[in-house]
Design a binder for this molecule. Structure first.
Ligand code: ADP
Ligand code: MG
Length: 547
């Protein structure tokens, strides 16, 4: 018998509101429906495992089908299904009140760009793209199948249906202005974006597989082929496994799976795995840092229970680590809140500091395990580490165990090693240890040579943010001062050990000085003739450090 009813909802017609508020994010309907299908499948598996469902499960999968002519999209699962009562309860009551509550709660802020664009509106997000939605469902409990139809008004019909096997089929009658969701390429794109690592196999069409040629086949015989299900996802991605189960190559393969267009190998990875006081798994990769890091593309991806949420992890991962790549998966990150709320949230703060600590620990152990290899990677990772030292106090404190200070000659010192080495010769009369550095090896070559001749160590500090880090080190560490090797006052710090023997007469010097000064024609430069020891350059032009 067919029944009609009115969905119990305070807002007279909720669908225009759904469309309006979620306008920019229509595509998430598919993520929501596939999530529901996955939940239904996993629930049934669980019930079977604990003996509450006696059904033959087989290889359960989810299928997505496009019916272009009928303008329909089907999402079919072999999950636990729903009885008529359950449709009444979960679809007609709960889901609607959930949607209503959502709109009540966010009606003022929903359009703020600060809000993460995914609300988990669930089943009803189907109405963002469909004028009519049907559910054909049969519970694993031996009850008749049910057919529910709703045309986008609060009115629905519910009637008995013919369905042989348990599970649910959702049929979306795609509306005329959403026909992109009837295109195979668009659906493939969405499945790849949101569902690539979901835990139940998802079938979308078939593909042709080439088989081995049979024994004795001729050269010109075509290899046989067969049609197989096109499964779009990997239900067991690397981050869901234990680190002990994975080899180095598995991590590299997963990187390729995540970023098919990245041809460069990652430098190393960090496997995150914690279940108390919050739940978080993931794998982070240190890519080779080039100056033109493409920060838009290939960023860290955030998942919740293997469902893709976003690749904007700002506020969740400390900023200096947003340059990394990889995946984090945590059901404990609140998503339907603004960024500023997120940053103040206790759980999120804990997650962020856990990630920072794990990264610091990993760097320390890489350094300890193979110092030589770590030194070789330094140039490619220093920006992240220096940025971390600048911006995260806890990271700064830990960094003494792995942050390196390279010399112009390619020796790498830890902070303590550096001080120990230079203290005897480079501590001035006020007790300050002077750290000499070059910011450009070639340009400051003659100064460096002169300083080294006097037995001083010269660092090569050339990353874009190093000047800020030096300031921080000067205020955090005691009695040290960084001085650029060509700074105006280096001469005062460097004790002159050799008397300079001039090769030029006073007159010659004066002429040379004048000629050069005139040639440069810029009064911000200082010209000194024979400023340095005899075998260095005959004159020196200094430029103030900060112009
Ligand atoms: P949520 O998934 O957050 O519970 P939804 O609005 O997505 O909210 O779904 C509401 C409810 O409808 C689900 O909790 C579930 O009980 C039921 N449901 C939705 N889709 C299916 C499905 N494919 N199979 C079985 N039950 C479903
Ligand atoms: Mg849902």
């Amino acid at each position: 018998m067919s029944q009609k009813g009115t969905i119990n909802v305070a807002v007279e017609n909720i669908f225009p509101l759904i469309k309006k508020f979620l306008y920019s994010d229509h595509e998430i309907f598919l993520r929501e429906l596939v999530s529901n299908a996955t939940d239904a499948t996993l629930k049934l598996q669980h019930l079977a495992r604990i003996g509450e469902a006696s059904v033959e499960l087989g290889d359960q999968q989810i299928e997505i089908k496009i019916d272009k002519e009928g303008k329909k999209l089907h999402i079919i699962d072999q999950g636990l299904g729903m009885t008529e009562d359950e449709v009444q309860k979960y679809i007609n009551e709960v889901a609607f009140s959930g949607a209503e509550e959502f709109l009540e709660k966010y009606k003022d802020t929903a359009k703020d760009s600060g809000i993460i664009g995914h609300f988990g509106l669930g089943f009803y997000s189907a109405f963002m793209v469909a004028d009519q939605v049907e559910i054909i469902t049969k519970s694993f409990k031996d009850e008749p199948a049910v057919h529910w139809t709703c045309d986008g008004s609060p009115n629905y019909t519910i009637e008995p249906a013919e369905k042989e096997n348990f599970g649910t089929e959702i049929i979306l009658h795609i509306s005329d202005d959403e026909t992109e969701f009837l295109e195979e390429s668009r659906i493939t794109e969405l499945l790849n974006k949101y569902n690539k690592f979901m835990p139940v196999p998802i079938k979308f069409g078939t593909k042709t597989e080439t088989l081995e040629k049979p024994e004795g086949a001729k050269e010109e015989d075509p290899a046989p082929t067969q049609e197989v299900d096109n499964i779009i996802n990997n239900p067991d991605p690397a981050w869901t496994k234990q680190p002990a189960e994975l080899e180095d190559q598995d991590y590299k393969n997963f990187y390729r799976e995540l970023y098919p267009m990245q041809f460069e190998e990652p430098l190393f990875n960090i496997h995150l795995n914690v279940d108390y006081p919050f739940n978080l798994t993931g794998i982070l990769y240190f890519p080779k840092m080039t100056q033109d890091l493409n920060v838009q593309k290939d960023r860290i991806q955030l998942y919740q229970n293997q469902v893709y949420v976003t690749d904007n992890v700002e506020g969740i991962v400390p900023e200096f680590l947003t340059m990394l790549r990889g995946v984090i998966d945590s059901p404990d990150i609140p998503l339907n809140v603004s960024r500023s709320y997120l940053q103040a949230d206790g759980a999120v703060k804990k997650i962020s500091s856990y990630i920072t600590r794990k990264v610091a620990d990993k760097l320390k152990s890489l350094f300890n395990e193979d110092r030589k290899a770590f030194e070789e990677k330094w140039n490619d990772i220093k920006i992240v580490i220096e940025y971390g030292m600048l911006s995260e106090e806890k990271f700064f404190d830990k960094a003494d165990k792995f942050a390196l200070y390279p010399t112009v000659d390619g020796t790498y010192h830890l902070w303590d090693e550096l001080l120990e080495k230079i203290k005897p010769a480079q501590t001035d009369k006020d007790g300050k240890t002077v750290i000499l550095y070059a910011s450009n090896k070639e340009e400051q070559h003659s100064y460096t040579t002169a300083a080294k001749k006097k037995g001083y160590e010269v660092l090569l500090l050339d990353s874009p943010i190093i000047s800020h880090l030096m300031q921080k080190l000067e205020t955090s560490k005691e009695n040290i001062s960084f001085v650029r090797v060509d700074a105006d006052h280096v001469d005062n710090l460097i004790k002159k050990e050799e008397e300079q023997i001039s090769k030029l007469s006073d007159e010659e010097k004066e002429t040379l000085q004048k000629t050069i000064t005139e040639t440069i024609a810029d009064t911000s430069y200082t010209v000194q003739v024979e400023a340095m020891s005899s075998d260095a350059a005959p004159f020196m032009i200094t430029q103030p450090e900060f112009m």
